[in-house]
Design a binder for this molecule. Structure first.
Ligand code: IVC
Ligand code: ATP
Ligand code: AKG
Ligand code: FE2
Ligand code: MG
Length: 332
């Protein structure tokens, strides 16, 4: 064990003993304040090693190798294919096609699907969000009461030549009208080998300690997908890490971590499945007049069409989709 890790272990032991004096059932406020400043981003559940806690605290992400079995991933893939072949209809599901394909003469078929969103009503795909080995890690970031707030299966297509397969650098918190940010985490699992060739995730380590930045559509010549906002100005000299992963590897990351993904230069569709989790004790905020107002307006326009309702609040688009996966549903 490194010296830093050893120091952390001693510190954690000490803090655990001191926090044992806090009442057994923490109050609402304590849930968010009882964690010591030095370990702001992780909870102690006996799962993370001191090295892993320190790594997430410092970098804002944690990669766990081989967390989801091949068998499960193959089942998720089959469920995805059934949806693409339109053999099942899933309430609330959003099927997204790449902008380069939508705006061309391309005949729609299963290969045109670049992303599924909101699969909470598909029992097979939603099984991903309930996998015990994923939830055990999620709990280290959210605490024991856990909501699955946002689900995606990303089928990054071979780039059609316009670089639209890229996902601009962004912070996921831009899309979320709930807080606190530190009680939200994304689990993202590679459904096959992902590398720089097929457009793996790219992260800017440590950016989770910053604040939410202004996001907007990047000015890309070849176009950009609907709602793919990017951080308007980010330091191009900030160190970048390309997260190359094998099938089943899973990365957990903080919603303020700046990340994106590069162009898919292969002929295959790069697949990943993900879920954003939040503590059920998180609360909704009003984003009117904040940097998030632009995304609120876009989401509301689409939601009004999708749900066929006259008016829907940004908050309700989230409350409708969120599902309890562990513990008690309280605030969200
Ligand atoms: C943390 C997390 C939330 C981060 C992210 O996921 S960032 C990305 C989030 N992206 C989204 O949420 C987009 C979700 N996508 C959707 O809601 C849908 O795919 C839509 C873009 C609304 C299209 O819905 P669909 O049912 O296919 O409707 P239509 O085929 O009738 O198209 C309606 C108008 O939208 C256009 N469109 C469709 N796909 C795209 C695209 N990929 N990029 C840009 N524009 C697009 C389409 O051309 C049509 O435009 P008009 O002909 O009305 O001008
Ligand atoms: N010229 C650019 N302007 C703005 N964002 C970019 C630009 N090039 C890449 N990005 C973004 O940076 C992230 C990582 O891109 P990355 O550099 O890994 O991919 P790439 O440029 O497509 O391929 P390569 O591996 O050859 O560099 C992606 O989010 C991508 O959208
Ligand atoms: O899978 C990817 O390419 C990144 C997706 C992503 O970051 C997102 O949808 O928020
Ligand atoms: Fe993201
Ligand atoms: Mg590049």
């Amino acid at each position: 064990m490194s010296r830093a890790a050893e120091r952390l272990r001693l510190m954690i032991n000490h803090l655990d003993r001191s926090s044992a004096t806090i009442s057994a059932v923490p109050t609402y406020a304590q849930t968010f304040t009882s964690r010591p400043q030095t370990l702001r981003f992780t909870h102690d559940t006996d799962l993370l090693t001191p090295e892993q806690r320190l790594f997430y605290e410092e970098n804002g992400f944690l990669l766990i190798k081989n967390l989801v079995s091949e068998e499960d991933i193959d089942k998720f893939r089959m469920a995805f294919e059934r949806i693409c072949r339109q053999e099942v209809k899933v309430p609330g599901l959003v099927v997204m096609r790449d902008v380069a394909i939508v705006k061309s003469e391309f005949v729609a078929d299963e290969k045109a699907v670049s992303k599924l969103q909101d699969f909470q009503e598909d029992p097979e795909l939603f099984r991903y969000c309930n996998l015990p080995q994923i939830l055990n890690y999620v709990e280290c970031f959210t605490g024991p009461n856990i909501m699955a707030m946002h689900t995606m299966l990303i089928n990054k297509p071979p780039d059609a030549g316009k670089k639209t397969s890229r996902h601009p650098m962004h912070q996921d918190l831009h899309y979320f009208p709930f807080r606190p940010a530190d009680s939200i985490v994304c689990a993202w699992t590679a459904m096959e080998k992902v590398d720089r060739q097929n457009g793996c995730l790219v992260v800017l380590p440590g950016t989770h300690t910053g604040t939410l930045q202004e996001h907007d559509y990047p000015e890309w010549e070849g176009g950009v997908n609907k709602m793919y906002h990017g951080v308007r100005d980010y330091d191009p000299k900030h160190p970048r890490v390309h997260l190359e992963m094998e099938k089943g590897d899973t990365v957990f990351f903080h919603p303020l971590l700046i990340h994106g993904s590069g162009m898919n230069k292969t002929q295959g569709f790069r697949k990943a499945i993900s879920c954003h989790y939040a503590s059920a004790e998180c609360y909704y905020i009003d984003v009117k007049g904040t940097l998030q107002e632009n995304i609120e307006n876009e989401v509301k326009d689409i939601a009004i069409r999708k749900y066929g309702l006259g008016e829907i609040t940004f908050k309700d688009t989230w409350a409708l989709r969120g599902r309890l996966v562990q513990g008690e549903r309280t605030s969200l």
